[in-house]
Write a protein that binds this ligand. Structure first.
Ligand SMILES: O=C(O)CCC(=O)C(=O)O
Ligand SMILES: [Fe+2]
Length: 269
């Protein structure tokens, strides 16, 4: 059986070095592949918080098979698994978790809070915390990749595959902001394919959260972030993280949904 494949791509593999209204709109419109700001956050503060994330009592694992090697601090929305009890647990924990993450950076501004403020200022209609069925979401999850073992296989992330809450209606694109707190010298690279998965690939991703890289063409971009860098890209397109050599890789992440420039962006993890 042949599948009618309509694969959405970005127009170029350009990476913008700064966050402005123009680069943000270009990214949301898939005219560029990513925004990568080097030295966005001081690496010394980042390193201290990376250690706190590695030792955090709320460190758990993603539930899906191929993402299970990656640790995360506080429950992300993907782990609500369409289950009403887990969804209630996620929303109950959301604001205390945001406050705890913020306190881990005290007395400094957290990098996710900085991204939230800057996008609120730059996006024509501002930016808010996502609420689902009126309940606030968590934002600011740490992702903890263990030395030599944790990796993310090629996958995509799309909030409409995780909830049918009415607030999701009209979402046209999803972005993700990652601020890297600690990065191994070798490995821990971000791979971007700049295309959405096919229907068959989506089916596999929903099942196990990753594709066999051998079944894909080579990625369009391979980026080695440094500690303190910010990278924003569209996770609805295929992306992956390679294993890091001998060191932990820790990032702070926020998903961002866009309903177009006339509507506020919304944040969650
Ligand atoms: O840690 C990264 O570089 C990207 C991880 C990822 O899959 C995402 O942010 O959606
Ligand atoms: Fe992802």
């Amino acid at each position: 059986m042949t599948e009618a494949v309509q694969v959405v791509r970005t127009l170029t593999n350009d990476v913008a070095p700064e966050l402005t209204m123009q680069t943000l709109l270009q990214l949301a419109g898939r005219e560029i592949a990513a925004v990568h700001i080097r030295g966005y956050y001081p690496a010394d503060i980042a390193a201290k918080v990376a250690h706190k994330a590695i030792d955090h009592p709320a460190l758990g694992h993603y539930h899906k098979q191929l993402a299970g090697s990656v640790g995360r601090v506080y429950m992300p929305h993907i782990d609500t698994k369409w289950d009403p009890e887990l969804t209630a647990k996620y929303h109950d924990a959301a604001l205390p978790a945001i406050q705890d993450v913020r306190s881990m950076f005290h007395p400094y501004l957290s990098p996710v809070d900085r991204v939230r403020l800057e996008l609120q200022e730059l996006w024509p209609a501002g930016a808010n915390l996502l609420r689902l069925r009126g309940r606030p979401c968590f934002v600011g999850a740490f992702r903890v990749f263990r030395p030599n073992t944790s990796e993310l296989h090629p996958h995509s992330d799309a909030i409409n595959q995780e909830t049918d809450a009415p607030e999701i209606e009209g979402v046209v694109n999803q972005l993700v902001a990652n601020i890297y707190l600690q990065v191994p010298d070798q490995g821990g690279n971000l791979l971007l394919w700049l295309r959405e998965p096919t229907a068959e690939e989506t089916r596999i991703i929903l099942d196990v959260e990753g594709l066999d890289p051998a079944t894909l063409e080579p990625p369009a971009l391979e980026i080695h972030p440094d500690a303190g860098d910010l990278i924003i890209f569209s996770p609805r397109m295929l992306h992956a993280v390679t294993p890091g050599v001998d060191e932990y890789r820790v990032g702070a992440a926020a998903f961002i949904a866009s309903k177009g420039p006339e509507q506020p962006l919304v944040f969650w993890s």
